[in-house]
Design a protein around this ligand. Structure first.
Ligand code: GDP
Length: 488
């Protein structure tokens, strides 16, 4: 769209009023005019200036700090005005109302400022994604990771690789042009393949990060699973210190998967409370159980919660659905408060029970059942981990150790994640495409077919171009910008 026909957009860019300050941004060719209409003047560029804003009939709107960023030195690359107003609802509504009356101005859509910044070459697509992540970052680890993306850590590498690929391509194309002169092509293909080989290696090592970047961005997923009434929801509530899951004495009330986001020493952990996994005919519950199994199977860690006071049976066993992915399982024996009470009650009168106290028996029978299951090659396999915990979700007993281990696990799992370049599935897929194309270009069987090599190099360059948004972006743009809020 040309500068003249392009609409000027505005929005409240700060949080929900009322607040001390409300920031309205205006971007586009009429931003300066709009500022002049409200403030009666345009201050020097990039200088915070106090101005009295008025409606078109002269009535005072507010005293505001105004900033003027003429194109192209602005966030969006267009003329930008920033109004720092008193953050009351009526103040903001009045200024928004006045702006709406100016011709050529309209309210911005979600992510539209950032979209313009991208379209004007201020940000590449990976930086745009980083910006979205920065706004959403909940922990220190996520904040640092997002900031690295905003500064172009992946985008710059991808652009650099793409440039090298284009050089390699130029060599080969020169070779094809010189095809008549016997020796020239080969001399040009060899250096091109050297470039391809080194890029292939670099991309492969970027991808060999065990998905840590994605995990840091999305949070390590810990599923709380186990039979109904074991105390999973109570445990989740206790951990989250808020009423996130329904706690009920009736079996099977937690029908859906409930998520709680935790910040463990700066590392994001998403706790899932899965519906009590058990046989059921209730269709609603069946769906809950299906989702619970699926989520538990996909998790990075499963806390298998059992009621230490009740006998173990088949249904108490962990099962996961995903073949090929076996998350470690920690056994969490809950309701230790009840066991201790039983023990006190039983000890004086029942001598035979001494070596057969409920906790031990439960533990032994559970382990037997599990090993039987595993040797039978159960349809689902879990990676049974030796860690075991005795806790009481009600009194909080034993939770400190569980937390300590969870934190350690998150630290181990996410170590090095901040330096990982790949933070999204989109990155992984496109880098994977580039790597595969380079791999094909390096196949010995096509080493004397310059046109085939050139085609593969072009495919690889296209994948990298898509990664930074240089080419073919329309399809991904909407999905990326949808995640933004209005005013960003
Ligand atoms: P879920 O179905 O596994 O999510 O189990 P809930 O969290 O709904 O708990 C089932 C029942 O066990 C509720 O009545 C809880 O109050 C109770 N409960 C949970 N944890 C404990 C515990 O550590 N000690 C005792 N005494 N009761 C518990």
């Amino acid at each position: 769209m040309s500068e003249l026909t392009r609409e000027t957009i505005f929005a409240l860019s700060s949080g929900k009023p009322p607040a001390a300050i409300g920031v309205i941004r205006i971007s586009g060719p009429r931003a300066g005019e709009a500022l002049k209409a409200l403030a009666g003047k345009i201050p020097p560029p990039r200088r915070a200036t106090l101005a009295r804003l008025r409606k078109s009939d002269g009535e005072i709107l507010d005293d505001a700090l105004v900033l003027w960023f003429p194109a192209p030195n602005s966030e969006t690359g267009e003329d930008v005005v920033e109004l720092q107003l008193h953050g009351g609802r009526a103040v903001i509504a009045a200024v928004v109302g006045s702006l709406s009356q100016l011709s050529g101005l309209r309210m911005a859509e979600a992510g539209e400022f950032t979209r313009r910044a991208f379209e004007n070459g201020k940000l590449d697509l990976t930086a745009v994604e980083g910006l979205a992540d920065l706004v959403m970052a909940e922990t220190e680890g996520q904040r640092r990771q997002a900031f690295r993306q905003v500064t172009g850590i992946l985008g710059n590498s991808a652009e650099n690789w793409r440039r090298q690929l284009i050089q390699a391509l130029a060599l080969i194309e020169a070779g094809i042009d010189f095809a008549d002169e016997a020796d020239v092509p080969h001399d040009l293909v060899a250096p091109a393949l050297r470039i391809a080989r080194s890029l292939n290696g670099e991309i492969a090592s970027t991808l060999a990060d065990q998905n840590r970047g994605e995990r840091l961005r999305e949070g390590l997923v810990v599923a709380i699973a186990g039979p109904p009434n074991a105390g999973k929801s109570t445990l989740l509530n206790r951990i989250a210190k808020r009423e996130a899951a329904i706690v009920s004495p009736h079996a099977g009330t937690t029908r859906d998967v409930i998520e709680v986001h935790l910040d463990l020493v700066g590392l994001p952990v998403t706790l899932l409370d899965t519906a009590g996994i058990r046989e059921t005919n209730d269709p609603l519950e069946l769906e809950g159980v299906r989702r619970a199994r699926e989520r538990a199977g996909d998790a990075d860690l499963v806390l298998w919660v059992v009621d230490a006071a009740s006998a173990m049976d088949e249904q108490s066993l962990p099962r996961a659905k995903t073949a090929g992915h076996a998350p470690p399982v920690w056994l969490v024996r809950n309701k230790s408060d009840l066991i201790q009470n039983d023990r006190i009650r039983n000890e004086p009168s029942d001598q035979s029970n001494r070596n057969n106290e409920p906790g031990l028996q439960t533990n032994r029978s559970l382990k037997n059942l599990i090993s039987e299951k595993l040797t039978e090659k159960n349809e689902f396999e879990f990676n049974w981990n030796e860690l075991e915990f005795d806790i009481s979700a009600v009194t909080g007993d034993g939770l400190a150790r569980l937390f300590e281990q969870l934190t350690r696990y998150a630290e181990d799992f996410l170590s090095g994640a901040e330096s990982a370049l790949v933070t999204r599935e989109r990155h992984r897929r496109l880098l994977g495409n580039a790597w595969a194309a380079l791999q094909r270009a390096l196949e010995p069987k096509i080493s004397d077919q310059e046109d085939l090599i050139a085609e593969e190099l072009r495919t690889a360059a296209r994948a990298l171009g898509r990664l930074t948004g240089r080419i073919d972006v329309e399809d991904v743009l909407d999905s990326i910008f949808r995640d933004f809020c209005i005013g960003k």
